[in-house]
Design a protein around this ligand. Structure first.
Ligand code: G4P
Length: 533
């Protein structure tokens, strides 16, 4: 094969990649949707194992339930499967108790997102936080309104919520026929046809779909049909008409209605990902120069996972390929240390598909096993020229705890360990002159990060720690350093410094922050995006 053939091959492979994540609040149906997507792509033959209906087992969900049993997401990072002529990489965004900075970081490794909403609940806190990050990064979002098979809110109301709360214009592509709870199918707003779904036993297999002309639908369905058509028109005629450029520039979101547990609307979502969602684009390096997709191999590490089991202190670094071809065994350079890194042990991740991976292209995720030298944000590359992608940003923390060594004679190990964990992005490290260096404050997006940090300090640095939680829940960036004294003088507020130079003003809650602002209207507090910048 000539070099030109190789470049064409990479470009072709990159173009058929779709790398995305599902952003949702716990219980909206992310696992169920993941399974339904896998079912449609024929990765598994039957859905249902997540929620344990006897006799039905799925490859993907088996793994998930194993993870659930262990309590946290141990190694899953991405599910890869082929659908039509494309390769789909579905990156996992851990939720529930393991919601953490990693969850946000995953969004730096995707090209688009699917926002999954529960029809009865609409936008929920975790979804909003994740959406903030998508918006900040300009990631295009498709919206899937789930659980339409059971009583929920009105479709129009849910669409209004997107516009009003997050200023995201909904562009429905389907519209539900029958109120939530009496779901009969959808109007396909492409051609006005009625798509009727048929239930399968327990939703275990792909739901058959029947298409009907609008006239036939009106005759058969009657009032529900007329109402659905009218409602959809109301929205599409008031700025909600589908326009792919508004999806690409992330100012509007195509909306689909469905029920993941019954596999309703899932095929349409998959097709949309293929037809609409962006393929990998050249990623900009730290100087802003785009790295051509068909250049030499490059990737960046977006997640490092250390085994919680001391007997198996394995560490897997997950990297997203940005350019070139990755081949197992190749020796790459770590741009941070300039040291070579041998990639003999590479896994494709997720479920029983954790086979070794031989080749990967832009958009794919590789799991590098025993990669103790790799840190979140590191760039890997081969050949010349060298490349370094921008480091990953820090995000707005929501949990705080003062850390100190349980045994003061181990202060040296403590300092070393704490610096190491902060460098790896396991927790953020906050300090202040008032508190002094001996008791730094750990800050995290999710409390599980504290567990990981104290576990590692104890087992890797032989330094058990005591963590005292601080009662802060409202965080802002202090806009003017000279006002630090005002916040520090508050009874339950203080300013702490983060390594990136940000001064974080912490308050017990939003209310106490407002009280201080009333007393000191001059106080410059800036909201901290979910993505710290
Ligand atoms: P998550 O990963 O986002 O946390 O959600 P998960 O898929 O675990 O789903 C949460 C619950 O919502 C599950 O019910 C699941 O069956 C249900 N669910 C998901 N999609 C749909 C849908 O389209 N319609 C309806 N009616 N329910 C849906 P569960 O009570 O926790 O479990 P199980 O009783 O189904 O076993």
């Amino acid at each position: 094969m000539t070099a030109t053939d190789g470049a064409q091959d990479v470009t072709h492979e990159a173009r058929r990649r779709r790398s995305f994540a599902v952003i949702s609040h716990p219980d909206a149906g992310k696992s169920t949707l993941t399974e339904a997507l896998a079912l449609h792509a024929r990765v598994i033959s039957e859905a249902g194992a997540v929620h344990g209906k006897a006799g039905r087992r799925g490859v993907v969900s088996d793994w998930m339930s194993m993870e659930q049993a262990r309590g946290i997401s141990i190694t899953s990072a991405a599910l890869q499967f082929e659908y039509r002529d494309c390769v789909i990489n579905l990156l996992d965004t851990p939720g529930h108790a393991d919601f953490s900075e990693d969850t946000y970081r995953v969004l730096s490794a995707v090209d688009s997102a699917v926002m999954l909403l529960d029809a009865a609940k609409g936008l929920e806190p975790q979804t909003l936080k994740l959406f903030d990050v998508c918006r900040h990064r300009g990631i295009p979002v498709l919206t899937f309104i789930n659980k339409w098979d059971r009583p929920g809110r009105e479709a129009l109301e849910l669409c209004d919520e997107l516009l009003e709360r997050i200023e995201l214009q909904p562009m429905p592509l389907t519209w539900p026929v029958g109120v939530a709870g009496q779901f009969r199918g959808v109007v396909d707003l492409d051609d006005g046809a009625f798509v009727r779904y048929e239930r399968t036993a327990g939703g275990a297999t792909v739901a058959p779909e029947y298409r009907m002309s609008p006239d036939d639908a009106e005759a058969e369905v009657g009032e529900d049909w007329t109402r659905a058509v009218e409602e959809a028109e109301l929205l599409t005629s008031s700025d909600g008409e589908f326009d792919p450029t508004r999806y690409e520039d992330a100012s509007a979101t195509p909306v689909l209605f469905g029920a993941a547990v019954l596999n309703f609307g899932v095929r349409r979502l998959l097709d949309l990902l293929i037809d609409l969602a962006p393929a990998p684009e050249p990623r900009k390096d730290a100087d802003g120069a785009p790295r051509p997709l068909d250049g030499e191999f490059s990737a960046f590490v977006f997640k490092v996972q250390t085994g919680m089991d001391p007997a198996h202190r394995d560490q897997v670094a997950f990297a997203r390929v940005c350019s070139g071809v990755f081949e197992r065994g190749m020796v790459v350079t770590n741009a941070t240390t300039k040291r070579p890194f041998a990639t003999k042990y590479v896994q494709q991740v997720f479920g029983q598909q954790r086979s070794t991976m031989d080749t990967a292209y832009p958009g794919d995720v590789i799991g590098l096993v025993n990669a103790t030298a790799l840190r979140v944000g590191d760039t890997l590359y081969s050949g010349k020229p060298a490349v370094r992608f921008p480091g990953l940003p820090q995000f707005a923390p929501a949990h705080f705890a003062v850390a100190r060594p349980a045994d003061l004679s181990r202060s040296k190990q403590f300092r070393k360990g704490v610096d190491q964990l902060a460098a790896e992005g396991v927790v953020q490290l906050l300090r202040s002159d008032l508190r002094g260096d001996a008791s730094p404050v750990f800050a995290a997006v999710g409390p599980m990060q504290f567990e990981v940090a104290s576990h590692r300090l104890e087992h890797e640095f032989s330094c058990p720690v005591v963590l005292d939680r601080l009662p802060y829940s409202a965080v802002r960036r202090l806009g003017d350093s000279s006002q630090r004294g005002i916040v520090d003088a508050g009874r339950r507020s203080e300013v702490l410094d983060r390594g990136d130079g940000t001064e974080l003003a912490l308050f017990e809650d939003e209310m106490s922050m407002r009280v201080m602002l009333r007393q000191h209207p001059e106080l410059a507090l800036e909201s901290l995006l979910a993505e710290g910048d």
